[in-house]
Design a protein around this ligand. Structure first.
Ligand code: ATP
Ligand code: MG
Length: 657
């Protein structure tokens, strides 16, 4: 048995199971037969999902994989993505259905029906055409979570321009790099957005990014007025209301090739320099629409769906914009943060719009655990019926908390594994089918072929751990890294011959179900055993006084690497956590839960953890702290003062034993 097989292995024993509620199982959009159907004929299965869309010209070939790893899906097919997301619903008589309930942070609201969305997108498309944007041009979008964001994306898709959305929290440098990498011709931005009750400037950051001719491709900057704050005006600027409002609300969409570039999106940069991931029209839309329908059991006539992600991340692209709209869903979009003006804001929104399906990230769930159970308890969350999680492994304890305190113990929780690169959900329970285990992504979805392999690319047996790979191409797969085919091949297709390497560690339990174990770069080697950060973190979070934990390996003269943990206590745990006694209690708790090998050498109680702007824990910075090095690149951190707070804790955090 190679090392990786014995590894990352079954430290965590999880026996809890949550079967689908009977009613959901009976009425579910997708049943267990879908797995068989897809196994019997995978390409036929995807062709049937593509048929849920409206094509101007049908494809000749479902998949062309003659030049791997460069895939072409639905070859010869033509469609317009915006038409599929908007117009066809209006044509089907659903123009009055709400597409978005938009909620601004200050409490202003806007309700947009599909008919209005069609008019708004058409006007924006005409505006882009007036600015000279043509098929194949790139448009950078740097907006807060306001309706103009999805409208801009759809306007690009409608005219065949390729959008590159840059998350509104990114710096001028990050924006400039992305604009230049994509060679964007136009930038769409706003004067600012609202963040924690205050206007927060965006246009000034665009000006900084574009200054001194550092982005020569940019011809025009379109500015939405959101906050009304003063901005510096430049000859290349044009106000959205001056440009878009006077356009015709009629625009006839043209059909584009299935492989036409829809968007470029940069990965969140958790492990290194972000990669410009390219997604194309037909395959992407097919898989996001299918997965949104299957994984959330979307019933567009009755459901109110809310994904709390920012549209600046792939989760927002696929599951706020393209998937839900392709399915004719009614969604909520919220501009602000969960704690403004109070820590019950999200639950208030669920109560207000009677949200039935809610999709969020473990980082948010752990924050709510830290804030305390009493906050969601003050709101009526009884409309909810399906809950989802994405972004990081969800610790079993956080899963159970989410199910209990948000889902009232009745809603299935789907832990969805996927990446910017995969474009759509790949591994997840199906809410009407799967008896889910807390913390497990369970099985590849119908039509997806995933595996856990050892370092020789051999499947590990049940009970084994190794590397997560995808064995067959899938419709929403990235087509390349923008402008860098070589890096695409090297990053994803070179580790294992013919397999897509996701960069994540995983295990397959005794039942054959898949558990994600974190980035392979984060795996620790302690006395010859590979131990996953996720399992130790989950063991810590299973202690009733712990809300959140991050674990790293630090060089150790005896064991090679030793486990160092950073722990945030739960809200109600209060002062009791400060003493030495608490640290000893936690170390023993880990030893009891996972075995003595996983006992952390050192545990630091900290107020915050360093996170990327998408909310993921950045372990490499904690590794620097644990090994007493100066910090690496902190530019993707949400708040770099967090590292000072953690450093300040260091002197008292001596190694024990
Ligand atoms: P970069 O690739 O630049 O380091 P990133 O990987 O954080 O950034 P994303 O594409 O946003 O960028 O994140 C995908 C990763 O998030 C996955 O590879 C995985 O590590 C993690 N992830 C997402 N969903 C889950 C999940 N349900 N369970 C476990 N891990 C998940
Ligand atoms: Mg990644």
């Amino acid at each position: 048995m190679s090392q990786s097989q014995e590894t990352l292995s079954n430290l965590l024993q999880e026996t809890r199971r949550f079967a689908p509620p009977a009613e959901l199982a009976e009425t579910a959009n997708v049943t267990a037969e879908a797995y068989e159907e897809a196994n019997a004929d995978r390409l036929g299965f995807w062709a049937r999902q593509a048929d849920r869309l409206t094509w101007s010209k049908r494809w000749d070939t479902v998949l062309d994989w003659s030049n791997p790893p460069f895939a072409k899906w639905f070859v010869g097919g033509e469609l317009n993505v915006a038409y599929n997301c908007v117009d066809r619903h209006v044509e089907a008589g659903l123009g009055d259905r709400v597409a978005y309930h938009w909620e601004g942070e200050p409490g202003d609201t806007r309700t947009i029906t599909y008919a209005e969305l069609q008019r708004e997108v058409s006007k924006a498309a005409n505006a882009l055409l007036e600015l000279g944007v043509r098929k194949g041009d790139r448009v950078a979008i740097y907006l807060p979570m306001i309706p103009e964001l999805p409208i801009s994306m759809l306007a690009c898709a409608r005219i065949g321009a390729t959008h590159s959305v840059v998350f509104g929290g990114f710096s001028a440098d990050a924006l400039r790099t992305r604009i230049n990498d994509a060679q964007a011709k136009v930038v769409i931005t706003a004067d600012g957005g609202f963040r924690r009750g205050k206007p927060s400037a965006l246009k000034a950051i665009v000006d900084e990014a574009l200054k001194d001719d550092s982005t020569p491709s940019v011809e025009r900057v379109v500015v939405v007025r959101r906050t009304g704050e003063q901005i510096a005006e430049n000859p290349r600027d044009v106000w959205w209301h001056d440009l878009v409002d006077r356009q015709s609300d009629q625009h006839t969409p043209e059909a584009f090739d299935a492989e036409h570039p829809l968007y470029i999106l940069y990965t969140s940069g958790t492990t290194g320099k972000p990669k410009g991931i390219l997604h194309t029209a037909g395959g992407y839309l097919t898989q996001v629409a299918y997965t949104h329908y299957a994984v959330f059991d979307l019933k567009p006539e009755t459901d109110v769906y809310w994904c709390s992600a920012d549209i600046g991340w792939v989760t927002g692209h696929s599951y706020i914009v393209y998937g839900p709209l392709a399915n004719g869903a009614t969604s909520v979009i919220y501009e602000g943060t969960p704690d403004t003006p109070h820590k019950g804001r999200w639950w208030e929104i669920i109560q207000k719009y009677k949200v039935t399906i809610f999709y969020t990230a473990p980082t948010a769930i752990r924050t709510f655990m830290k804030w305390g159970d009493d906050i969601p308890a003050q709101f009526d969350l009884s409309s909810l019926r399906v809950l989802g999680s994405v972004g990081e492994p969800i610790n079993p304890e956080a899963y159970v908390w989410y199910r209990q305190h948000i889902g009232g113990g009745r809603c299935p929780v789907v832990d969805t594994w996927w990446q910017t690169e995969t474009g759509a959900i790949m591994i997840s329970p199906l809410p009407g089918v799967t008896a889910a285990k807390p913390g497990a992504a369970m099985r590849p979805l119908p039509g997806v072929v995933a595996d856990v392999v050892d370092d020789q690319a051999q499947s590990v047996p049940n009970g084994g751990g190794g590397f997560l790979v995808l064995k067959e191409p899938w419709p929403a797969m990235l087509r390349t890294i923008w402008g860098d085919d070589e890096r695409y091949v090297k990053t994803y297709w070179s580790r294992f011959d013919g397999l897509y390497f996701a960069g994540d560690g995983a295990k397959r339990d005794e039942d054959g179900d898949i558990w994600l174990l974190g980035r392979v770069d984060d795996v620790m080697l302690v006395s010859g055993h590979n131990i996953s950060t996720t399992e130790v973190e989950s063991a810590l979070v299973s202690h009733p006084k712990v809300a959140e934990a991050a674990v790293v390996g630090s060089t150790d003269p005896v064991t090679g690497q030793a486990i160092v943990a950073f722990v945030i206590p739960r809200g109600s745990a209060g002062e009791e956590v400060e003493g030495e006694g608490f640290v000893a209690e936690l170390r023993d708790h880990v030893a009891k839960t996972l075995g003595p090998i996983a006992k952390p050498r050192q545990i630091m109680i900290v107020p915050e953890l360093p996170k990327t702007r998408s909310g993921k824990i950045m372990r490499r910075l904690l590794r620097d702290v644990a090994e007493n090095r100066s910090l690496g690149d902190v530019t993707t951190l949400t708040d770099s003062s967090v590292m000072d707070l953690i450093r300040a804790k260091l002197p008292s955090a001596k190694p024990e034993d």
